[in-house]
Design a protein around this ligand. Structure first.
Ligand code: IMP
Length: 195
């Protein structure tokens, strides 16, 4: 008799494999729920609120993937001296101004305070939940060689000297994404594993 019980699984919908890798390694450490990748470009609305963007993208995906337990993650870098810019436009600004452009903008400021936000929206049957976390930090004076996206210019306050990129794998134990994923896992462990 075949009594193999399939582990519960959840699908992350994203086109960003860096995100998937980071979230995958957090899942591996903290839950027996299997993380699967659904590679797709998300439909995003224009909004200043990452939670709203994540919920909208999730609902769009859910229309096509009715049977699946799915989630999306939206993140952004908010620079205080630039009134929260690039924030929800982080992906577009990364592609256009780039890291050099951000550092040029920052030249006129003494302070360089910023936070990274991660908002995760998950759909479990008919329930939608959102989990948000932020990590405060500083914009570096120079671009460090390591990391992806804004990793080379974001120094989290909890370390204070190294950029996310320079932190390497340590990033994944303190980042905005780590903290939001922890909240997601706590929720999933309660409602998926207990049933
Ligand atoms: P989105 O969540 O895919 O829309 O990402 C917004 C922008 O922020 C993209 O340009 C990403 O490359 C960048 N980004 C998101 N999360 C991180 C991170 O953990 N490190 C560095 N850049 C990030």
């Amino acid at each position: 008799m075949n009594q193999t019980t399939k582990k519960p699984e959840i699908f992350l919908v994203t086109s960003n494999l860096h995100k998937y890798d980071e979230i995958y390694s957090i899942f591996k450490q903290y839950t027996s729920i299997q993380l699967r990748l659904l590679q797709a470009n998300l439909v995003e609305i224009q909004s200043s609120d990452l939670e709203e963007i994540a919920i909208f993208s999730l609902k769009k995906c859910a229309k096509k993937l009715k049977e699946k337990l799915i989630f999306v993650e939206d993140s952004g870098l908010f620079i205080k001296q630039l009134n929260g810019f690039p924030g929800p436009y982080s992906a577009y600004i990364f592609r256009t101004l780039g890291l050099k452009g951000i550092l040029t903008l920052m030249k006129m400021f003494k302070k360089r305070e910023a936070y990274f936000q991660s908002s995760i929206a998950v759909k479990n049957e008919n329930e939608i939940k959102v989990f948000t976390e932020r990590v405060q930090g500083q914009i570096s004076l120079e671009i460090s060689d390591l990391g992806w996206g804004y990793d080379p210019i974001f120094i989290p306050d909890c370390d204070g000297t190294l950029t996310y990129g320079e932190l390497g794998l340590k990033k994944n134990a303190l980042s905005h994404r780590f903290l939001a994923t922890q909240k997601l896992i706590k929720y999933l462990n309660k409602c998926i594993l207990v049933d």
